[in-house]
Design a binder for this molecule. Sequence first.
Ligand code: B1M
Length: 211
Amino acid sequence: MSKIEELAHAVEIGKAKLVPGLVQEALDEGNAPIDILNKGMIDAMAIVGDKFKKNEIFVPEMLIAAKAMKKGVEVLKPHLAGDNSAKIGKMAMGTVSGDLHDIGKNLVIMMIESTGYEVVDLGIDVPVERFMEAASDPEITLIGVSALLTTTMPAMQETVAALNKHPRRSEFKVIVGGAPITPAFAEEIGADAYSDDAASAAETAKALAKK
Ligand code: B1M
């Protein structure tokens, strides 16, 4: 079994104590940080999701897998983040009201920070009012909205609708994403941009900063 396969298995079964060491060993073996993230952790979470769907595991197992992944990301973070010395904008990002998933949001924040954005993390279960308040900060140039559940897509729609009426709307862009979100949905609800993963969200954020 390769180190990345060992890591993926440890994430899948929620071995939070083993995961940081396995990430370090995978790095020491010369594996690319992005492969460790994608193949060693994100793919493992997809397996966890599939097992949950098939009733093979339940919420507590999903939670311990999530905790294990977070421990691994802590080790990987300095290796994924680039040079962010030149500030290109300020972003506020959160997961919508009713939604408690934050691993994807945290990865998106990490990658966008690496492009030079200062990011205010609004957290999870963020009410529309909190997004509106964040958008009032005169330095904010980008708002990120994440949703992981089909049942919280309407909350994303409400959030973007409210942001679209914000008095500062012409001064910031809105980017949305998360597993159930599609480019068509993003367009339908009036977001400026959609990205399907953290790396492309960082590319999109960089491009939006130039507009
Ligand atoms: Co939840 N959960 N969960 N869960 N969970 C999913 C999302 C699910 C797909 C599992 C499944 O059934 N297969 C399913 C949703 C089904 C649906 O709506 N269609 C589900 C469910 C049903 C639930 C509960 C309802 C279960 C229950 O209680 N019965 C419940 C809801 C709680 C709530 O939010 N109100 C629940 C709870 C939980 C835990 C708390 C146990 C835990 C979350 C812990 C945490 O986040 N701290 C959890 C987990 C871990 C998952 C899975 C297994 C993994 C999620 C994850 O972290 N993925 C997930 C299954 C899956 O995703 N396959 C599942 C890894 C992460 C890197 O990917 O978050 O997709 P992701 O982020 C990506 C992209 O989406 C994108 O970039 C990220 C990085 O590449 N992205 C953006 C995300 N936001 C973006 C924003 C952008 C751009 C890109 O711009 C702003």
